[in-house]
Ligand binder design. Structure first.
Ligand SMILES: C[S@@+](CC[C@H](N)C(=O)[O-])C[C@H]1O[C@@H](n2cnc3c(N)ncnc32)[C@H](O)[C@@H]1O
Length: 248
């Protein structure tokens, strides 16, 4: 596969170009912030926190030292930031570009020794080789430029540093796959709308997951961005994937 095959980034219906996409994504997440955590728990049957904990644990080795630094990209309301806090002996920073998400994150993280920064994952305000680990949960898929997202993660990692990207996946075959797709495409948007009062975000969710490439393809992108030891594991019947890699 050549670099030409990389999709540019997320796109929503009727939205063209990177800047408009980023604006759309910002507006969408700002709108659902008040009900975001509740819907995460509801729609995932509370498995979302298990997935974040396992993602943080996958980074325990590079975060064992007291002078280590971890970055949670697209941190939203800081659930993964706080999971990283629990496994890390060093500093933990969360970053997001939606202000209301960070306000909520700051409330949840009060007194928990985490830094929170309002910044765009595609233009990070950090020097090269700043972090021992970079993690992102359910945020990468929403970036307006996937290649730049991977390059930025690679840039801010120290040599030997590790990346962990948690994303939704789609189970491929069998009865469970059929039932899950029905849930994901039909029920989830409906529940999301009923609870948040916003129709678009919870229709965008399944649509963006369907547009996102499969795990093998995504592993290839990670390699193109310079990551080595690239691997992935599927959890919960193949509904989520944890992608990992290292900067050599
Ligand atoms: C589905 S939420 C995930 C939030 C959190 N990581 C979690 O596990 O709940 C996606 C988050 O990505 C953020 N995001 C999307 N594009 C971003 C960008 N370019 N820079 C920073 N944050 C971004 C959104 O603001 C939103 O908070």
């Amino acid at each position: 596969m050549s670099e030409k095959n990389l999709p540019p980034g997320t796109r929503a219906e009727g939205v063209r170009g990177e800047e408009d996409t980023a604006r759309y994504v910002r507006k969408m997440f700002a709108r659902i912030t008040p009900r975001y955590d509740l819907l995460n728990r509801l729609l995932s049957f509370s498995l979302d926190q298990v997935w974040r904990r396992r993602t943080a644990q996958a980074l325990a080795a590079p975060l064992a030292a007291a002078d280590s630094r971890a970055l949670d990209l697209c941190c939203g309301t800081a659930d993964l930031t706080l999971a990283l806090r629990r496994v890390s002996a060093g500093a933990v920073v969360g970053c997001d570009f939606v202000h209301p998400m960070l306000v909520r994150a700051a409330k949840k993280a009060a007194g928990r020794r985490v830094g929170l920064i309002e910044a765009d994952a595609l233009m990070l305000p950090f020097a090269d080789r700043s972090f021992d680990a970079v993690a992102v949960a359910f945020g990468f898929r929403n970036l307006a430029n996937y290649r730049r997202g991977l390059e930025e993660m690679h840039r801010v990692l120290k040599p030997g540093g590790e990346v962990a990207i948690l994303e939704f996946a789609l189970p491929q075959e069998g009865l469970f796959a059929a039932l899950y797709r029905f849930y994901f495409r039909r029920l989830l948007p409906w529940i999301g709308y009923a609870v948040s009062g916003a129709r678009t975000p919870y229709s965008y969710l399944p649509a963006s997951v369907e547009r996102f490439p499969g795990c093998e393809e995504f592993s290839h992108w990670m390699e193109l961005a310079g990551f080595t030891a690239v691997s992935y594991q599927l959890w919960t019947g193949g509904t989520v994937a944890l992608h990992q890699g290292r900067k050599s």
